[in-house]
Design a protein around this ligand. Sequence first.
Ligand SMILES: [Zn+2]
Length: 85
Amino acid sequence: MSVECHEHLDCLSDYIDGELDPTLCAEIEHHMAACGDCRIVVDTLRKTVSLYRNYGHEEVPEDAKERLYAVLKLAYRADDQEAST
Ligand SMILES: [Zn+2]
């Protein structure tokens, strides 16, 4: 688990929406090739987005995204603490 993951985490939502700068997209893809944790995050977000679309919503509401990120960030932090002990 690295600082890099935290940085990418903030961009992953835009990445999934296809709104992210192509340079950053390439960076994230490069990072994900080596980082299973970020692949899981993207996978989870994609599933959430497609669930919402199945129910007829165009977008995942911001508050739902924020809740999801809060959970993911907590998971990252828990891992960080485990690694340092
Ligand atoms: Zn990562």
